[in-house]
Design a protein around this ligand. Structure first.
Ligand code: ADP
Ligand code: MG
Length: 215
């Protein structure tokens, strides 16, 4: 596959969705290839339905391994339907969350352990790894503060109701992944202004994939 697969990762409220939209808009202005933005979990009708089951606030009794399997199932469907076709025709996919989220949330924060998470996700993705991951780093308190400050404009899903300690573990999980994959994952300080975060993301992407995005 000739395309470029870039994922955005980070704790809730880090600014992934905000940055991704603007980065996509700016890249599209100079790209010589198709740019597609999408999100995890979801991004295709079947995958979105699985996402709704995962995030339904009524599903308080959901088993943690069921949750991990549903994320992997949603990821698989989304990958096949939406990501791979774009990569196959040489385009660029900017994806809001991917396997790293499952490792940080289910593996570390829920405490299932990373081995099982890698196992079910390896089955789901069949070797389709991101070429670059932009990890938007934010202290858990600040991420939660941003979500609270954004009021009703953002969906209040089941995960947002978890304790601060959970979100701190999520961040620890991400920082662990950064150490393990320094070549793939680039850390972006998300406590900067929105503009600064976008500029930094663009600089990394343009440097890595100069042929596709002229500055
Ligand atoms: N760099 C930033 N500085 C201040 N606020 C931000 C920044 N990036 C995003 N926000 C705000 O924080 C909230 C959460 O951002 P969002 O993009 O939804 O985060 P995520 O997708 O990572 O959960 C939104 O209200 C957004 O406007
Ligand atoms: Mg988001």
């Amino acid at each position: 596959m000739d395309g470029i697969f870039i994922t955005f990762e980070g704790p809730d409220g880090a600014g992934k969705t905000t940055a991704l939209q603007e980065v996509s808009r700016r890249l599209a202005a100079t790209a010589n290839k198709k740019i597609v933005t999408t999100r995890e979990p979801g991004g295709s009708p079947i995958a979105e339905k699985i996402r709704d089951i995962i995030l339904d606030t009524a599903h308080t009794e959901m088993d943690e391994r069921t949750e991990a399997l549903l994320y992997a199932a949603s990821r698989r469907q989304h990958l096949v339907e939406k990501v791979i076709p774009v990569l196959a025709e040489g385009g660029c996919v900017l994806c809001d969350r991917f396997v790293d989220s499952s490792v940080a949330y289910q593996g570390f924060a829920r405490g299932i352990g990373t081995a099982g998470i890698f196992q079910i996700n390896d089955f789901a993705i069949e070797g389709v790894q991101p070429h670059l991951t932009l990890y938007l780093d934010i202290p858990a308190e600040e991420g939660l503060r941003r979500i609270a400050a954004s009021g009703g404009s953002r969906e209040n899903n089941r995960l947002d109701q978890e304790a601060l300690a959970f979100h701190q573990k999520v961040r620890e999980g991400y920082l662990h992944l950064v150490e393990e994959h320094p070549e793939r994952i680039v850390v972006i300080d998300s406590q900067q202004s929105k503009e600064a975060v976008v500029e930094q993301c663009l600089a990394v992407i343009r440097e890595r994939f100069a042929a596709m995005f002229e500055a």
